[in-house]
Write a protein that binds this ligand. Structure first.
Ligand SMILES: Cc1cc2nc3c(=O)[nH]c(=O)nc-3n(C[C@H](O)[C@H](O)[C@H](O)COP(=O)(O)OP(=O)(O)OC[C@H]3O[C@@H](n4cnc5c(N)ncnc54)[C@H](O)[C@@H]3O)c2cc1C
Length: 425
């Protein structure tokens, strides 16, 4: 997301020689559903790719939080009345592949972006702005050095670039054990046999979050209402094993984990095809102080990995990309690249730190063992401060009013001058 986004952002700014190296051999359908909140939609629209991304998307009209066991609704927030009116774009859900498609099509159709699939970056030389790259299945000895003017490392939560940057400062890149894991599962409409209890999940434009102690399931329709996407969070029992995005999970174990959830949820889980339960651990890293080394910058999950509980992982990566495109467009000569990248970090870090903390806080509130206190909090919540921060107007105002392009344009000159002065001192 961050890598293709930055390529697209740079193409839109007039850069002519942009290369993206991606270890995957093809852009596949990994990852299930993903949210397109207004702050992400704003950037995609500015790049002219929102229509492509949203083609099979579902505009969410209402979001519910329910007690997992009793199925009782704890809160419902209607997006219909305010989301688009307040923030300019609706809240949409899509398949992750649709977001990838929009970014890849937008970038490659510019004619200035070359996508090298099946290529793995093995090593960085930050002092000389170069890296080693090899074919995914080739031996390390086949890796060749490649020079660049600027390197944007968008290599995700398990970033090798971050590890290398931190090692140069004598800091160990530590994984923070969140204790949480997730299943990504989907039910196709054709599987429900038009069960009247399940049809509304597909025909409606509503999202559901069933919560219980240490667990929840968030679910919404995608793909023109043909798929009901469910993403769970539960205690991580396989901390060592389930370390890839595509690790197969056990359906039996999934059913056991949510055995005390309500009959509607049981029905949905039972319909997930055997062999299509994907499990991954929710991995974050201790916050890092520095995203930039010489002319290399980290972007997205590489520098601010997050829990998914306010659905901002992809949105923050894409905002980073927009910011990077703008700061790099201001650079007059090679000597300015580093300072421009420092400005990018200065603009972005406070916001992404806040988003990461808010997502972590949200799971604490939702997963509490004290159901009575939790229910009371939902019962007494006003519109502004929903206990589910993902539905809170206060959080929406901070996340969705933000225009990263405006923010970057408005602050660049001042921050760049300050950065240059500090660097020269
Ligand atoms: C497969 C997958 C599925 C996800 N599903 C969801 C979801 O359903 N809902 C949700 O809210 N969030 C999901 N996320 C998280 C969310 O998409 C991220 O927060 C967001 O993608 C961050 O973007 P990014 O560009 O920083 O990292 P990523 O999207 O993780 O991209 C990193 C890319 O770098 C590539 N890469 C890594 N190392 C190397 C290397 N050495 N050389 C070359 N290429 C390399 C990876 O193959 C990957 O394509 C998913 C992430 C992934 C990777």
């Amino acid at each position: 997301m961050g890598g293709m986004g930055t390529a697209l952002a740079c193409a839109r700014q007039g850069f002519k020689n942009i290369h993206v190296w991606e270890s995957a051999s093809n852009i596949g359908e990994v990852g299930a559903g993903i949210n397109i909140p207004p702050n992400l939609a704003r950037v995609l629209d500015a790049w002219g790719v929102l229509k492509d991304v949203d083609r099979e998307g579902v505009v969410i009209e209402k979001a519910h939080v329910l007690d997992g066991a009793s199925d009782e609704t704890l809160t419902t927030v209607s997006y219909d009345g305010y989301m688009e009116k307040e923030y300019g774009w609706p809240f949409t859900t899509v398949h992750r592949a649709a977001l990838q498609r929009g970014l890849v099509n937008g970038a490659t159709s510019s004619g200035v972006v070359t996508l090298h699939l099946g290529h793995y970056i093995t090593k960085y030389d930050f002092d000389n702005t170069r890296f080693q790259v090899k074919g995914k299945h080739e031996d390390d000895s086949k890796a060749v050095w490649t020079d660049a003017d600027v390197i944007i490392a968008a290599d995700g939560v398990k970033s090798k670039a971050r590890e290398a940057m931190m090692a140069r400062r004598g800091v160990v890149d530590e994984v923070e054990d969140t204790g949480q894991a997730a299943y990504r599962i989907m039910v196709r409409r054709s599987a429900i046999n038009e069960d009247p209890e399940l049809v509304p999940f597909f025909e409606g434009s509503e999202s559901y979050r069933w919560i219980g102690e240490k667990r929840h399931i968030i679910a919404y329709p995608i793909d023109s209402h043909d798929l009901f996407n469910m993403s769970t969070t539960q205690p991580d029992r396989h901390f060592v094993q389930a370390d890839t995005w595509t690790a197969a999970g056990s359906k039996t174990e999934m059913l056991k984990t949510f055995h005390d959830f309500c009959p509607r949820v049981q029905k949905l889980l039972a319909l997930v095809p055997e062999g299509e339960v994907l499990e991954w651990k929710l991995r974050v890293h201790l916050p890092i102080a520095q995203w930039v080394d010489h002319n290399t910058a980290l972007v997205g999950d590489a520098c601010h990995p997050t829990l998914p509980h306010i659905a901002q992982g992809a949105a923050q990566a894409v905002e980073d990309a927009m910011c990077l495109g703008i700061v790099l467009s201001k650079v007059q000569n090679k000597e300015d690249i580093h300072n421009a990248l420092e400005v990018y970090q200065t603009i972005r870090k406070p916001r992404t730190d806040w988003a990461v903390n808010t997502a972590a806080e949200n799971s604490k509130g939702l997963h509490t063992a004290d159901a009575a206190a939790r229910n009371a909090a939902f019962a007494s919540a006003d519109e502004g401060s929903n206990p589910d921060k993902m539905l809170s107007r206060e959080v929406h105002d901070i996340l969705f009013n933000y225009d990263v392009a405006k923010e970057t344009e408005a602050n660049f000159d001042k921050l760049f001058a300050e950065q240059k002065k500090a660097a020269a001192a």
